[in-house]
Design a protein around this ligand. Structure first.
Ligand code: ARG
Length: 482
């Protein structure tokens, strides 16, 4: 039997393989809410503009409401022969209300319908993702505030560079995530134009009111070009690009957690809730959740790449190729959502080992730059020369097998007579981080100010910086948990 919806000129139905390659119901059924909302808005508009009788509108809306309840209640049977969510819903509507169902598709096409549904879905998803990003940010800010005075090694090239505060390090991710949320919201702004009523590609001769349906569906305005409306997929590409960048940020943080939680680093302990054991090595706590978050960028960026390749070279307007947009996009957006949730849990639960971080921060002559800076400021030596002198000091410490703190004042004077005992003050990691109060620098005081700023922004409630030296929650290893 040929297809009820479009099979008028067909003598037979499709080959089984054709049905399999053609159907999208397996994945687009999750658009049912958006599809029904779009149809209700369309039917309402058709009645307001006199294209549909009030009676037909009422039975269409009542029928669609029942269909919605059936799908939500799990009693709806999806049919692959009916290809996609649009025809599944409409066919069920016809079973319920008869001929009036056939009038719903006046002045529209599946081409504008699917673009509308998918835009509504992506818009809702962006809203959820932004809330999730903000939740993760708040978890990071909360930790950052607790760890404003915790000193860890700062790395460049993964080599010890200068001491930084753990709070400062965590707040770096809060900044990245803030831009990620901004990118998602930018995409939302641009996507929020309604394709509905563009019909197949050329618009429609019926006196429809596209502004009305746009408004009913929460769009800012209708799209201005019907060809563009049915063939545009930048809204999902842009969202996937923003999602990829966000996933890349999560991947970097995940990688740091893997490193930090290794026995060799031992900077943090991840909770049992986000690690697994090994069936053969009893001592192991594997950071699986972090590793999986680290990996998810692969499929998220893969979705962006896949869809860009699908879209390139497609002539206007709609082509069936574009049905390939949904499966990968759903998977990518689901993956990002899951990654954000997992990362929020890991961040909230991780327990830093403050002593371990401090000891590691002091290793590798990490305050050498502070000696050079001292020479510049106290002895008025040009920085390049100060750098050279400091190099000799480091070499001496290396020779003596001690840290910079272990050098005596005689040692310093041996290298340069102009150095005096005040140098010892700048050698500690505490002094090093406390001194970096330049705007955006790592000093604990700065971290507390930035944490309060983010808390205010993320919660909408004013927050004052917590006073220095009053840690609220304990980590391991600092002996002085308050
Ligand atoms: N399932 C289709 C898709 O996802 C709906 C649009 C079909 N349009 C068409 N003219 N066959 O793209």
């Amino acid at each position: 039997m040929s297809n009820k919806m479009w099979g008028g000129r067909f003598a037979t139905g499709p080959d089984a393989i054709m049905e399999e390659i053609n159907a999208s119901i397996g994945f687009d059924q999750r658009l049912f809410r958006q599809d029904i909302a779009g149809s209700i808005a369309h039917a309402t508009m058709l009645a307001e503009t006199g294209i549909l009788t009030g009676e037909d509108r009422d039975s269409i809306i009542a029928g669609l409401t029942e269909v919605l309840a059936e799908i939500e209640g799990g009693s709806f049977t999806f049919s692959r022969a009916l290809e996609d969510i649009h025809m599944n819903v409409e066919s069920r509507l016809r079973e319920k209300i008869g001929d009036a169902a056939g009038r719903l598709h006046t002045a529209r096409s599946r081409n504008d319908q699917v673009a509308t549904d998918f835009k509504l879905y992506v818009r809702d998803t962006i809203d959820t993702l932004v809330v999730q990003v903000n939740t993760l940010q708040l978890a990071l800010v909360t930790k950052a505030e607790d760890e404003a005075e915790t000193i860890m090694p700062g790395f460049t090239h993964l080599q010890s560079a200068q001491p930084v505060t753990f709070g400062h390090h965590l707040l770096a991710y809060v900044e990245m995530l803030g831009r990620d949320a901004g990118r998602l919201l930018d995409a939302r702004k641009r996507l929020n134009e309604s394709p509905l009523g563009s019909a197949a590609l050329a618009g429609t001769p019926y006196p429809i009111d596209r502004h009305m349906t746009a408004e009913k569906l929460g769009f800012d305005r209708p799209t201005a070009n019907s060809l563009d409306a049915v063939s545009d997929r930048d809204f999902i590409l842009e969202t996937l690009a923003a999602a990829s960048i966000c996933a890349m940020h999560l991947s970097r943080l995940a990688e740091e957690m893997v490193i930090w939680s290794s026995a060799q680093f031992g900077f943090v302990r991840l909770s049992d809730k986000f690690t697994t054991g090994s069936s053969i090595m009893p001592q192991k706590r594997n950071p699986d959740a972090a590793e999986l978050v680290r990996a998810k960028i692969g499929r998220i960026l893969g979705a962006l790449t896949a869809l860009l390749v699908v879209m390139k070279g497609l002539p206007l307007a709609y082509s069936k190729d574009m049905q390939e947009d949904k499966e990968v996009a759903f998977d990518a957006l689901d993956s990002l959502s899951l990654s954000l949730a997992a990362m929020t849990g890991m961040v909230s639960d991780m327990v830093p080992n403050r002593e371990r971080m401090r000891v590691s921060a002091a290793a590798g002559f990490s305050t050498a730059t502070d000696i050079a800076d001292w020479l510049v400021r106290q002895v008025n030596i040009p920085f390049r020369d100060a750098h050279h002198i400091t190099g000799q000091i480091v070499a001496l410490a290396e020779q003596k097998g001690c840290g910079l703190e272990g050098l005596t004042i005689e040692d310093f004077k041996f290298i340069d007579q102009r150095i005096d005992s005040r140098i010892h003050k700048v050698l500690t990691v505490e002094a090093s981080v406390a001194a970096r109060q330049s705007y955006g620098g790592t000093a604990p005081a700065n971290v507390l100010v930035q944490a309060a700023r983010w808390k205010t922004e993320l919660t909408g409630q004013p927050h004052e910086p917590r006073p220095l030296g009053k840690k609220k929650h304990g980590g391991h290893g600092d002996g002085g948990v308050e």
